[in-house]
Design a protein around this ligand. Structure first.
Ligand code: FRU
Length: 508
């Protein structure tokens, strides 16, 4: 990766100095590029997809991710690495895992092996162990069905460097073409590791005492959920609801999402160390927008459950109009369980750490506004903001981001269908792929009389959290000029109880 290049001025010729200063400029310019996310992690250059191996250890949040250092489109996969102290500000680190003779390094997870079950620990150092899929490209090209196998690597220096285990792969493919993306957790009741693995359009659970020898426990999913595509990047964890332990199974799916393409479905239920039994067989989506995929949660964050997704969609991820890099992640989100009637829902809200980049909040209260440009109240819109909206009743309304070219992004609520929506039909550059433009919808689950919506806006994305995270939508956009206005639209007599606009500062 050339983003870590350093140039020593001492002893350089003038020519070298000129080159050096050019590089320094390029290196500091990356965060100003058109569409560069300012409050989301994106790699300085080249291709990124799924978040991998997210773990928290000794005060640092680690984020590994699918990465191809030679191109802005997908290719031989590596695990790249970034770290953060607060989930908001990120430092990109050297690549952690390179492809090898067993294959590309596909998605997976990482754990703190506190009891040194793997035996990789030395001199009292707790090993971090990564569990990932080796994808053998020759095997795939030759039409074999066993080209994806699970392997492990360990780190004894808090995630800086990784050593692949000599006995890889640790879980061999029994002949299932899609056999990947291991997410591993410690199951305390059984004192064993549980691996949740995506196997075709379902999940297979494996268990292990040492992260090296794995036993098949059960398979689940063929009789519930969405099956419009292959299941990928699963996750399994428990959450507390008023003293009751509820298990959540995440199964990303591609294609087959609620608005087309890739998306993250989940189920609530029970898990006994062997079987997962869902409470309900219908699918719920962590995020109904088009741009939250391959999302899973951080390991080792105590009672917090923190989720992060890839903010794109396989329908068009490789052709979005960014030049030097492709893709960003969603905001890290705190998951919680909520109940509506008898049903459990997983709600997501931005992590509280986002407040560390909050500027002043400006407020408008109790206004009736059929069509109101907020510039008068809040000043010119600079492209980074959190809007918190509370209405008096659940009536139709929209928030419009727009520029002087007439390009606009519309987010809102439609009373007749009881749906939230994001419409990016006229949002700017939309014709790079046929499935990008469109009006995308999500059901409202809450039965509260008024609507509370949080919108987090970056230079190329909007994240909509309605009813305290019960319904979420994430969508990216590419206006030809930045949106510099926000306006509200609603029936003339609708009462906007509160509109709070908090400006956000760039994380770079
Ligand atoms: C999901 C996915 C995973 C796979 C990885 C490859 O986006 O297809 O299933 O491990 O990407 O980059």
């Amino acid at each position: 990766m050339n983003n870590n290049k350093r140039f020593l001025a001492i002893g350089l010729t003038i020519g070298q100095l000129l080159v050096a200063s050019l590089h320094a400029q390029t290196n500091s310019q990356w965060m100003k590029e058109q569409y560069r996310p300012q409050i989301h992690f994106s790699p300085q250059e080249k291709w990124m997809n799924d978040p991998n191996g997210m773990l928290f250890y000794k005060g640092t949040y680690h984020l590994f991710f699918q990465y191809y250092p030679d191109s802005t489109v997908w290719g031989p996969m590596h695990w790249a690495h970034a770290t953060s102290k607060d989930l908001v500000h990120w430092q990109q680190q050297p690549i952690a895992l390179y492809p090898d003779s067993l294959g590309y390094i596909f998605s997976g997870s990482a754990v703190v092996d506190r009891y040194n079950t793997s035996g990789f620990g030395r001199d009292g150092i707790v090993p971090l162990v990564a569990i990932f899929t080796h994808h053998n490209i020759e095997g795939e090209k030759a039409g074999r069905n066993n080209f994806q196998n699970q392997s492990i690597a360990y780190s004894l220096d808090e995630g800086k460097t990784w050593t692949k285990y000599a006995g890889n792969p640790v879980l061999k493919n029994p002949g299932i073409t899609d056999f990947r993306d291991p997410k591993v957790m410690w199951y305390q009741e059984g004192k064993k590791w549980i691996m949740t693995l995506a196997t075709k359009d379902r999940i297979t659970f494996y268990s292990s005492k040492n992260l090296k020898d794995w036993t098949r426990e059960s398979e689940v999913g063929s009789s519930f959920g969405a099956h419009g595509g292959v299941w990928e990047c699963p996750d399994l964890f428990s959450m507390d609801y008023e003293g009751k332990k509820v298990w959540v199974l995440i199964a990303n799916i591609n294609p087959g999402g609620p608005n087309g393409g890739s998306a993250t479905q989940y189920f609530t239920g029970n898990f006994d160390g062997k079987n997962f039994i869902p409470f309900k067989t219908d699918t719920r989506w962590i995020d109904y927008g088009k741009d939250d995929y391959a999302g899973i949660t951080w390991h080792n964050t105590g009672t917090r459950r923190i989720f992060l997704g890839w903010m794109s969609n396989w329908q068009y991820g490789t052709v979005v109009p960014t030049k030097k890099w492709r893709s960003a992640n969603t905001l890290p989100r705190e998951l919680s369980l909520k109940k509506v009637g008898e049903d459990y829902y997983v709600a997501s809200m931005p992590v509280k750490e986002l407040n560390s980049i909050a500027g002043p909040t400006k407020l408008v209260e109790n206004v009736q506004a059929a069509d109101r440009d907020l510039t008068k109240n809040f000043g010119a819109f600079t492209g980074l903001a959190k809007l918190d909206i509370t209405t008096d009743k659940a009536e139709s309304f929209s928030v419009v981001l727009y520029n002087e070219l007439g390009e606009k992004l519309v987010a809102g609520y439609d009373q007749a269908s009881n749906q939230y929506y994001v419409d990016r039909t006229a949002s700017g550059k939309v014709d790079f792929q046929k499935d990008f433009a469109g009006r995308h919808t999500a059901p409202r689950f809450s039965n509260k009389p008024s609507i509370h919506m949080t919108l987090v806006i970056d230079h190329a994305s909007i994240e909509l959290f309605a009813d305290d995270g019960l319904t979420v939508m994430t969508e990216i956009f590419f206006p030809n000029r930045p949106y510099n206005h926000i306006k509200l639209q609603s029936p003339a007599n609708m009462l906007w109880k509160k509109i709070a606009c908090t400006s956000l500062k760039s994380i770079w």
